[in-house]
Write a protein that binds this ligand. Sequence first.
Ligand SMILES: NC(=O)c1ccc[n+]([C@@H]2O[C@H](COP(=O)([O-])OP(=O)(O)OC[C@H]3O[C@@H](n4cnc5c(N)ncnc54)[C@H](O)[C@@H]3O)[C@@H](O)[C@H]2O)c1
Length: 231
Amino acid sequence: MDSSRHRDHVALVTGAGSGIGRATALRLAGEGAQVVGCDVNAEGLDGTLAAIRKAGHDASVLTADITDQAEVDRIVDDTLARHGRIDVLANVAGIMDWFLPAHEVDDDTWRHVMSVNVDGPMMLCRKVLPSMMERHAGAIVNIASVGGLGGGAAGVAYTVSKHAVVGLTRSIAWVYQTEGIRCNAICPGGVETNIGTTAVPRSEWGLGRLAKIHALGERMAQPDEIASLLS
Ligand SMILES: NC(=O)c1ccc[n+]([C@@H]2O[C@H](COP(=O)([O-])OP(=O)(O)OC[C@H]3O[C@@H](n4cnc5c(N)ncnc54)[C@H](O)[C@@H]3O)[C@@H](O)[C@H]2O)c1
């Protein structure tokens, strides 16, 4: 790890209370960034902050639900007020969909998955972009999934949501290339995190259809392997 790679950079990381988001916050802090971690799970954020401090660095954390525009506004405004700019936006927060296929998905699952996985990252990009445009600099990294590239990774809601994240990334990367702003997506396969809480299968049939593809995965990745791609 290069401890000066992100010196003086300000990084806003969503989903920082667990898994890939926690690993990203830890890595960016270790690489010199001023990290602002946010998550809906305050306890998780406390754990992340403790891990960052144990490693000899510091960060700040904000509890927020990224599905709520007012909370998105609050975390971005707060970060800009405290640090003056945002160099890196890491859209990591996300949830799974219990492997529900199209004929079994319920409205609540569909709306909640879309709202966390698509609306949240879109609202954060929309809010952060003007300040990046002013400075003609910035990087946005969205965590999509192999489920954003094909149909065999998850249920219908997650698959559609991650395809949308790929589309969000492509649109921003193309449209803002003249503004000094980069936008990339990472599409991991299985990673050992806490996402399993929303991945407990609720559809035997749905999971059965995916089992052969899941069995092809050689191993689960560790969160820091994904964080190292992001930083
Ligand atoms: N774990 C995998 O196998 C895997 C594979 C591909 C992609 N991903 C993606 O990686 C990202 C991170 O997931 P993870 O595996 O680290 O899972 P995780 O459950 O360990 O972490 C996700 C974090 O997002 C937070 N979060 C959920 N809803 C939120 C909301 N409304 N507002 C703010 N925070 C919220 C959770 O509290 C949690 O701390 C997700 O976008 C996920 O889709 C994960």
